[in-house]
Design a protein. Structure first.
Length: 209
């Protein structure tokens, strides 16, 4: 599943750089989400690794990024995560996000900058762009910082929506991560369709049931 929204903002001439980051690699439940962003000029001020920002500040920056820049997200759900593993799913989410943004822009980037130490090149069949991995890139490359904000805010909203139907697990607070409350709820109520069966705490619980 891919979500993207066109922006009326024109892209400045020159090298087209897309920043990419993911959210949701470690949780026990919910999808993995990747954000892809081409920054506007002047770029939004205060960009940083989404994990270092307060929830209020992330929401403010997300609104600015969506209004002024070009962005897209790629989402890979639980069934695909369990089928191809979380690493493959993360690479696929990044690929979907960049493909959606390129379709929106009607052009390919000169380079894609990705947070981490690996890119989807050679790991996802659909990846076709020049890419560079940057360890800690979400803190040092503004376009990656923006992508991390888009990805995290999008995923957190998805988890809050899922929490309405599954209130026992505290997803509106823990976003699906294996907190003490989440693990206790898993032991008491069992896994939902949104839990990742390939993750050890969920798999071990199912074996015990």
């Amino acid at each position: 599943m891919v979500t993207s929204i066109s922006s009326p903002v024109a892209i400045a001439p020159g090298r087209l750089i897309i920043g990419v980051d993911e959210a949701g690699r470690g949780p026990l439940a919910g999808p993995v989400v990747a954000g892809a962003v081409v920054l506007c000029k002047p770029r939004p001020s205060g960009l940083d690794d989404s994990k270092k920002l307060s929830g209020k500040r992330r929401a403010e920056l997300e609104e600015v990024i969506k209004r002024r820049c070009r962005w897209a997200v790629g989402v890979v759900g639980v069934e695909e995560i369990d089928r191809i593993n979380i690493f493959g799913a993360t690479m696929l989410a990044m690929t979907r996000a960049v493909a959606a943004l390129c379709a929106q822009l009607e052009q390919d980037p000169h380079e894609v900058l990705i947070d981490g130490n690996m890119t989807p090149h050679g790991r996802t069949a659909e990846w076709r762009w020049n890419a560079r991995a940057i360890v800690g890139g979400d803190a040092v490359e503004p376009c990656i910082s923006a992508a991390s904000i888009i990805a995290k805010e999008h995923r957190d909203r998805l988890m809050r929506e899922l929490a309405l139907a599954h209130p026992h697990y505290g997803w509106e607070r823990n976003a699906g991560y294996g907190t003490a409350q989440h693990l206790e709820a898993l032991r008491t109520h069992g896994p939902t369709i949104h839990h990742r069966r390939s993750f050890a705490p969920v798999a071990q619980l199912e074996m015990a049931l």
